[in-house]
Unconditional design. Structure first.
Lengths: 115, 113
């Protein structure tokens, strides 16, 4: 089974609107971390936000927030007030406490912000 | 602060030629190190990771190999490149904890002709 599933290959959002990028995960380990990365066309992978499995509150970093629903095993990324510079690929990833060293990545979602 | 360097940025190599990509990390000690490959428009494929000097775990059996001769140096090699080795190669490092994120280098675009 896939450890990380991103079901939206491509998304469009109007500038200044909010957008949610979906991510579901599969693990039986009680300790895990969930991460989101942005990859613009230049190719660099930029770390955006992190959520730990024991965190009680949803993570937020500026315009990014993570909608963490543990029972549903989902960790959706919410980008508020979209900007043209947000157009990029977005990857969700997980790191399990048991194995610890591997990061499991989803297939990514391509986000296009429309002016 | 920590930084991660990768070189070269781009590389064009003929089929059958050797390969050596280098990655170094500054500002941290005993990092976990990773090599990924990304085909155009696709996700990340983990190739190798290392938790210490001389300790290499291979995720995909192929004609590539990795070495970690120093604590903060990770090298990806091949004796004979295949067409299918073309792609974007990313090096990354992380701390030991489950809660530590991964930081990526700028990547190397490899084209095998």
């Amino acid at each position: 089974a896939q450890k990380i599933t991103q079901t939206q290959p491509g998304m469009f959002v109007q500038e200044k609107e909010a957008v949610t990028l979906d991510c579901t995960y599969d693990t039986s380990d009680p300790s895990y971390g969930l991460f989101w990365y942005k990859q613009p066309s230049s190719g660099e992978m930029i770390f955006l936000i992190y959520q730990g499995s024991y965190d009680q509150q949803n993570a937020t970093e500026g315009r990014y927030s993570l909608n963490f629903q543990k029972a549903r095993k989902s960790a959706n990324l919410v980008i508020s007030a979209s900007q043209l510079g947000d157009s990029a690929m977005y990857f969700c990833a997980m790191r399990e406490g048991g194995t610890g060293n591997q990061f499991y990545f989803g297939t990514g979602t391509s986000l296009t912000v429309i002016p | 602060s920590q930084t991660i360097h990768q070189w070269p940025a781009t590389l064009v190599q003929p089929v059958g030629s050797p390969l050596s990509l280098e990655c170094t990390v500054e500002g941290t000690s005993n990092p976990n190190l990773y090599w990924y490959r990304q085909a155009a428009g696709r996700g990340l494929q983990l190739l190798f990771y290392s938790v210490g000097i001389g300790q290499i775990s291979s995720e995909v059996p192929q004609n590539l190999s990795a070495s970690r001769p120093q604590d903060r140096q990770f090298i990806l090699s091949s004796k004979k490149l295949l067409l299918s080795d073309s792609g974007f190669y990313l090096c990354a490092w992380s701390g030991d904890s489950t809660w530590d994120e991964q930081f990526f280098g700028p990547g190397t675009r490899l084209t095998v002709l």
